[in-house]
Design a protein around this ligand. Structure first.
Ligand code: CTP
Ligand code: CA
Length: 228
């Protein structure tokens, strides 16, 4: 990382980042969750601050404290994360969906703890969560909605670029940061590696590196696309 020498090229820009992984309540003591640590999202927040941005971080169940100078707003579920993102997006010049959002949530969360009965357990009915990135991409906000930049993330186990291309097109964001996962990669580790796909057709490979360095490279790609 260009430690200590980061350019202040995000000065005056309002950045909105989601990080972590959502939890969908099954009952008061249980949830459906995922392995996202929040480290890449937090690294993006810290690096954006270092480059001069005003950063709001919508943080879903992250087990460590936020970087200095960042406005951290904790949320739990996908619906809470969505409400927070939609509330903040009108102030943002750049929106980054680094959080792992549960695709499904239990249709209803039991009011009381579910008990064993000795019978076959009742299946948990699931409903699909709204696609927050799709909503953010479709209805841009900010001071200048046509210039707002929206960045998505994707974790793929195979056919990374091919699957990423299809996902970028489907989501309608400007950049999609695709991580290859599986075999101990990405989740919970302090290092990462990514292919960044842009709506203009370019692919940028980011070498295996600490998540701060990966974040710095992602900001380079965002800065290139900012209006003057
Ligand atoms: N995402 C979102 N809302 C959802 C699901 C995902 O905003 N309900 C965002 C994630 O934060 C990420 C991007 O969409 O930035 C891609 O997430 P991913 O899980 O890879 O995509 P999905 O559309 O859910 O497709 P898949 O079936 O591969 O999980
Ligand atoms: Ca998903």
């Amino acid at each position: 990382l260009r430690r200590g020498t980061l350019p202040l090229d995000l000065t005056g820009r309002n950045v909105l980042i989601s990080a972590g992984g959502t939890r969908e309540a099954i009952d008061p003591v249980r949830f459906i969750g995922n392995h996202s640590s929040g480290r890449q999202g937090y690294a993006l927040a810290a690096t954006a601050v270092a480059r001069g941005a005003n950063v709001t971080l919508i943080s879903a169940n992250v087990g460590f404290s936020g970087p200095a100078g960042v406005d951290v707003r904790p949320v739990t579920s996908a619906l809470e994360l969505r409400a927070a993102m939609l509330h903040e997006r009108d102030k943002a010049d750049i929106v980054v969906m680094a959080a792992a959002v549960a695709d499904f949530r239990p249709d209803t969360a039991a009011v009381n703890k579910i008990k064993k009965t000795g019978d076959t357990p009742t299946p948990i009915a699931l409903v699909e969560n709204p696609d927050i990135l799709l909503e953010l991409s479709r209805h841009r906000g900010g001071v200048s909605p046509q210039n707002q930049i929206v960045v998505g993330f994707a974790a793929e186990t195979d056919n990374v670029v091919e699957n990423g291309r299809a996902k970028l097109a489907r989501k309608g964001c400007d950049l999609l940061v695709v991580n290859q996962v599986g075999q101990g990669r990405a989740f919970g580790t302090t290092e990462n590696q990514a292919s960044v796909l842009a709506v203009d057709g370019t692919v940028t490979e980011i070498e295996h590196a600490p998540k701060e360095d990966v974040a710095d490279r992602i900001w380079d790609l965002v800065v290139e696309r900012l209006p003057a």
